[in-house]
Write a protein that binds this ligand. Structure first.
Ligand SMILES: [Zn+2]
Ligand SMILES: [Zn+2]
Length: 222
């Protein structure tokens, strides 16, 4: 095998390894822990409002990913397959992680620009607004299919108060080009009670309330 092929092979393995970590961390370390630990708490706070802001906490996750890639994956891959493959694995891991961070941020902030970015949003917003225990993968649906948590989003019901900035027009309605995949539901005006319900439900990995009379303990269909 040439050096370039070995490095490329390592890169692909590293990227797949991140993709599995993306799924497992999101499903178990973020949602199953219900706010215990900083990673889970930060993520579930993200579910409360469904917004995206740069936070210094992100620097911690960047550091964590680089440390795992550099101190964990690199020496293991080096022992198994030598230095060239090992460097490829570490770079693939880090590149796939930053690709994930970027795709997740722009899914919340910007309109889709092609089929892939439209898919990322549809798949991810089903997770946010419909079923937080489904569609855990952000950049691919691979591991959701493998572990049985994939769902076809159909038409995603987006609570009005959480509408993504790119989804709605000046009148606050879903832009025509997105109406086959999204609809707005629920009360228009925010309230303390709704805020409290949104937080309680996000931390229970339940979808946000879509009607004003919903109860925090209301059962959620699977
Ligand atoms: Zn999100
Ligand atoms: Zn989530």
């Amino acid at each position: 095998m040439t050096t370039a092929l070995a490095a490329l092979g390592g890169f692909v393995v590293g990227a797949f390894t991140w993709n599995l970590a993306e799924y497992l961390l999101h499903r178990f370390a973020m949602h199953h822990l219900h706010g215990r630990g900083i990673m889970s708490r930060e993520h579930l706070e993200h579910h409360v409002k469904a917004g995206w802001n740069f936070s210094p906490i992100l620097l911690l996750s960047w550091l964590g990913v680089v440390v795992v890639g550099g101190l964990g994956l690199l020496p293991v891959a080096w022992l198994i397959a030598g230095p060239v493959v090992a460097v490829g694995v570490s770079l693939g891991w880090a590149a796939a992680y930053f690709f994930y961070e970027y795709q997740h941020a722009v899914a919340h902030l910007r309109a889709p620009s092609g089929r892939y970015s439209a898919w990322v949003r549809h798949h991810h917003f089903h997770h946010h607004f419909g079923h937080p225990m489904e569609n855990h993968g952000v950049t691919t649906p691979l591991w959701d299919h493998v572990f049985g948590t994939w769902a076809d989003p159909g038409v995603v019901k987006v609570p009005r108060r959480m509408a993504l900035p790119w989804l709605v027009d000046e009148a606050g309605e879903v832009r025509p080009e997105y109406r086959d995949r999204y609809e707005l539901v629920g009360p228009t005006s925010p309230s303390d009670r709704l805020d409290a319900l949104d937080r309680a439900r996000a931390f229970a990995s339940r979808p946000p309330v879509v009607d004003a009379d919903a109860d925090v303990e209301a059962p959620v269909s699977a």
